[in-house]
Design a protein around this ligand. Structure first.
Ligand code: NAD
Length: 369
């Protein structure tokens, strides 16, 4: 069988710094586990604009469509703030998501024991937390027409956005959530506002339909999204997989993410339809941005990007045990007290650098053999 293929797009700011640490893990798999990835690298965001005058070159886009998975660092920086909207670094990322039709955004909220004190919630509420939010990413109110700001009949203006979902759009993201639940604790909670929105009624009915016809073995519950927000901060461990629309998912996934502490710890995956080889179209990236304030200082935490690679092992390459190996290595390094600056208070001693964190995780991987 051909080697699994990866397109690496480090991007801007700390993107290349954290991706260099992921490269160490990828190389470790070649050297120590006999898993060799065919890795190609490209430009996205501001660095692509600097070289090609566009935040994503057509050749890079075409390559992204061919590979098994894309791994992205981060894009953006203040030097690009004045560019035309169509040329901004973020447009490169949006183009990737749109043309690959990545409709399911997976955002795990996992609390590593060693960081339980770091959450804004009580330790017992977050210790051992492991939930997954699946957000619909390509439809809903961010895309629905009509949209715009128009004059109204009273001499003022009216701002309009349209929440719109089709049966197909709801069913496909629901399937993603049920598939995930089967690999985890077999529970899905679907969130909408069926009490006040027709699109929410349809959402609830279609998720229920997919459950009844295709995944009756998975436990399904429904919750209004406002209650969901409360439950997430009250007792998040009641959840396994949460599936929700684009707007509610945007808010709920950020809320859930902060249960676990730092932005430097948060991975994500965006998945689309299966390709000919059965693997889903996939883009893996840390949740954080390019952090221009610390770029070049060696302070960036590479763990979010490394955990994004672990998600690729699990969801693109069906290597769940190896994904757990990487996650356990991160767990061990944190338990040993090693921290980058973002995971420390001012009184907490000396932080380690980006490269030292990568090296420590590789050492923990070696120790796992
Ligand atoms: P950011 O995520 O880059 O940074 C927010 C804060 O978190 C900063 O103080 C930063 O130093 C810190 N931080 C982020 N990642 C960290 C890490 N791995 N280790 C340690 N500290 C970390 O968000 P921002 O400052 O709002 O945006 C900066 C740039 O990134 C902007 O150009 C923005 O448009 C872009 N951005 C890109 C993405 C993406 O590529 N997906 C996401 C968000 C923001």
């Amino acid at each position: 069988m051909a080697n699994p293929s990866l397109l690496i797009l480090p991007g801007d700011g700390i993107g290349p710094e954290v991706m260099a640490e992921v490269r160490k893990i990828i190389n470790w798999y070649g050297a120590k586990r006999g898993v060799t990835f065919d890795v190609s690298e490209g430009l996205v965001g501001g660095c692509a604009y600097d070289k090609y005058g566009t935040p994503l070159h057509d050749d890079t886009m075409a390559r992204a469509q061919e590979v098994d998975a894309v791994l992205l660092g981060a894009v953006g920086g203040p030097q690009y703030d004045t560019l035309d909207f169509s040329l901004k670094p973020e447009r490169g990322l949006l183009r990737l998501r749109k043309e690959m039709d990545l409709y399911a955004n997976l955002r795990p909220a996992q609390c590593f024991d060693a960081l339980a004190d770091f959450s804004s919630l009580k330790k017992e509420v977050v210790a051992g937390l492991d939930i997954m939010i699946v957000r619909e990413l390509t439809s809903g109110v961010y895309f629905g027409e009509p949209r715009g700001i128009f004059p109204d009949n009273e001499g003022g203006r009216v701002g309009i956005n349209t929440q719109r979902y089709t049966t197909n759009e709801i069913r496909r993201v629901a399937r993603s959530a049920f598939e995930l639940a089967r690999r985890r604790n077999n529970k899905v909670c679907s969130m909408e506002k069926a009490n006040v929105m027709e699109s929410g009624v349809l959402w609830r009915e279609e998720v229920q339909w997919v459950h009844d016809h295709e995944y009756p073995d998975v436990a399904l519950s429904h919750m209004y999204a406002d209650n969901g927000a409360m439950q997430l901060v009250r007792w998040p461990k009641q959840f396994d997989v949460i599936v929700t629309d684009n707007l509610f998912g945007d808010v709920l996934s950020d809320c859930a993410a902060m249960l676990t502490g730092s932005l430097g710890m948060l991975p994500s995956a965006s998945l689309g339809a299966p390709m000919a080889n059965g693997r889903p179209k996939a883009l893996y990236e840390p949740v954080h941005g390019s952090a221009p304030d610390i770029a070049g200082t060696g302070k960036a935490n590479p763990i979010a990007c490394i955990l994004s690679f672990a998600m690729a092992l699990r969801y693109s390459f069906d290597m769940g045990a190896e994904a757990a190996r990487v996650e356990n290595a991160v767990q061990k390094v944190l338990a040993d007290g090693l921290r980058t600056a973002d995971l420390m208070g001012p009184q907490d001693g000396t932080p380690i650098s980006t490269t030292e964190m990568g090296d420590a995780i590789v050492a923990a991987l070696n120790a796992s053999l």
